[in-house]
Design a binder for this molecule. Sequence first.
Ligand code: 5GP
Ligand code: ZN
Length: 122
Amino acid sequence: MSDNCLFCKIVEGQIPSKKVYEDDEFFAFQDINPAAPVHLLVVPKHHVTSLQEISEQDAAWLGRLMTLAPRLAQENGCTPGPEGGFRVVINTGAEGGQEVGHLHMHIIGGPRPWDKRAAPAA
Ligand code: 5GP
Ligand code: ZN
């Protein structure tokens, strides 16, 4: 746990969240300001600031994080199959649009149209 990290506090239960999934390594919850009908955040329980901090030794848990995306998308209301789908976003650093300094994967989906914030940058 990193002091004064919002998502470490959510993982620890010090700040409430709408949890959708938890295991030994990861914690997933509803985004407080959803940009689409489904908007989840998945975080590693250990503090990692951003993708800029990761290296080869992180490949295994990052792979496991990715495998949660289709599972949690379907369990939380994203439409299955090629006509459905979802978006995975990991904003990284200030210029990457990252506002919370604990690595997190957005899972965004549900019927369109979505909020403009969920659209790709122009
Ligand atoms: P970023 O811009 O860092 O990739 O995304 C941060 C996300 O965290 C935003 O989508 C924002 O709505 C969400 N967020 C910020 N504070 C809280 C909070 O206290 N609780 C929850 N559930 N989400 C938060
Ligand atoms: Zn943290």
